[in-house]
Design a protein around this ligand. Structure first.
Ligand SMILES: [Zn+2]
Length: 458
């Protein structure tokens, strides 16, 4: 089998390298997923879209059945505990609700489902197993119900972020704790109080640190060493550095993943996104409210807008960018309305993606296809196929569909309201919402697992 050329920029070596999978029959990629305590913001959408494009490209190059893409769900974390307490709901309710919105958001962004979406709480046994290996090999120690990774025990710690231990100590907000031997030592396991989620372990009832979750889930589903590990640039240090330390030391390997890929930062209207600046915007708000630029944005516009800048460059998320993207997409929709399916995606687009996902060049190639189709006054089958390949669903721009989806959204919002009413045992409100939907001709069905589905009365 001839290996198709694909070049990707590897953060480990700081160079663009030819991609050579360990096993072309099973190309393996891991991307750090969400911590499900709050809605995902538009900065979180960037890795989702970037690595989805890579997933699609790998499937195209190696065959769909030869690519395994794992994106985890972090469902145990102190932020989750705090938010559940604040809202007066159980941790399970919070993580289920947040994950549901997350899955809907990612789908709306045109992303394929990863091969697997493992949950941290289903991998506690693997985390404990890794921690035991680390203790046995002298890379971790237990103290005071905690287990810590002994950073000085790993000579090349800091290889990914290219920082020396001295620099890291000087730059870190070091959390001084009596049970720590070294300033940079990080938590693998910590004790849980009565009211905190916890699991039995050789070190008492407790819960994992964040970094160990990804080492455990990638090991469980992709093995000790795999091909690509991705995430946002903000994860390079300490999260990815610590994943490497844990996995390499536990399995006595030089590498955890051969290629480390990181997408650049996202800012909003020229400023760092923050709740205090009031420019914080979630994917859900962009899709379903008029908070950003005074209108709702179809997922296809958000996806396309994200691809107009190369993934390693910083991106400025602006209303203007979305407007321009919408215009380009409407032109593409116009030129594909009566196009036939089944053509091959544009070769220039595939070539551009093979060059470290050069999506800026992809946008230029799409513009050329649109321009040609207008000039020749024809519909472009190739453009349609290329958009489908890129996950750009132009049908979302059909004005009729927008109306249908708005009604659906209204129904689903009311179902969420009703579930919230039921969760707080407000049966009167729950019944009122059911009656309101019945009057619209919508029949609700409550299922045993707590979910509610709906259908139109016939
Ligand atoms: Zn991770």
């Amino acid at each position: 089998m001839s290996t198709p050329a694909l070049k990707i920029y590897n953060t480990l070596t700081r160079t663009k390298e030819e991609f050579r999978p360990l096993d072309p029959a099973n190309v393996r990629m891991y991307v750090c997923g969400p911590t499900v305590y709050d809605y995902a913001h538009i900065g979180n959408a960037r890795p989702l879209i970037v690595f989805d494009v890579l997933f699609r490209l790998l499937r195209h190059l190696y065959g769909a059945e030869h690519v395994t893409y794992v994106r985890n769900i972090t469902d145990v974390d102190d932020k989750i505990n705090a938010r559940a307490a604040e809202r007066g709901i159980s941790i399970r309710e919070l993580t289920e609700e947040t994950n549901k919105v997350f899955q809907a958001d990612v789908k709306a962004l045109g992303c394929l489902e990863p091969t697997m979406q493992p949950r941290a709480t289903d991998h506690i046994a693997q985390m404990i197993a890794i921690i035991e290996r680390l203790i046995a090999s002298g890379h971790a120690y237990a103290a005071d119900g905690h287990v810590l990774f002994d950073v000085p025990s790993m000579p090349n710690y800091g290889r990914l972020s290219r920082r020396s231990l001295d620099e890291m100590i000087a730059g870190a907000r070091v959390d001084v704790a009596p049970y720590k031997r070294g300033d940079m030592d990080f938590v693998l396991w910590k004790p849980s109080k009565e009211n905190e989620p916890g699991w039995d372990s050789p070190w008492g009832r407790g819960r994992p640190g964040w970094h160990i979750e990804c080492s455990a889930m990638s090991w469980a589903h992709l093995g000790e060493t795999f091909d690509i590990h991705g995430g946002g640039i903000d994860l390079v240090f300490p999260h990815h550095e610590n994943e490497i330390a844990q996995s390499c030391c536990a399995f006595d390997r030089d590498v955890m993943a051969n290629y480390w890929m990181h997408n650049g930062f996202l800012q909003v209207e020229g400023e760092k996104m923050s709740k205090s600046l009031g420019n914080f915007v979630t994917i859900h708000e962009l899709l379903h409210t008029e908070k950003f630029g005074g209108r709702k944005w179809p997922g296809v516009v958000l996806r396309y807008a994200m691809l107009t800048t190369h993934y390693r460059q910083p991106i400025d998320w602006t209303v203007e960018r979305l407007k321009v993207s919408l215009k380009h997409l409407n032109d593409m929709y116009d030129r594909t309305r009566h196009a036939k399916t089944g053509a091959c995606p544009n070769e220039r687009v595939i070539q551009a993606l093979r060059d470290d996902l050069n999506t800026h060049e992809v946008v230029v190639a799409l513009g050329k296809l649109v321009g040609d189709a207008f000039r020749e006054a024809k519909f472009s089958d190739e453009l349609l196929a290329t958009c489908a390949f890129l996950g750009l669903d132009l049908e979302e721009l059909d004005p009729k569909k927008t109306i249908v989806s708005e009604t659906q959204m209204l129904i689903e919002t009311r179902i969420e309201d009703r579930l919230a009413a039921r969760a707080s045992k407000n049966w009167a409100e729950s019944d009122r919402i059911r009656d309101e939907l019945t009057a619209m001709g919508i029949i609700l069905k409550d299922h045993k697992d707590g979910a509610t589905t709906w259908e139109v009365k016939r």
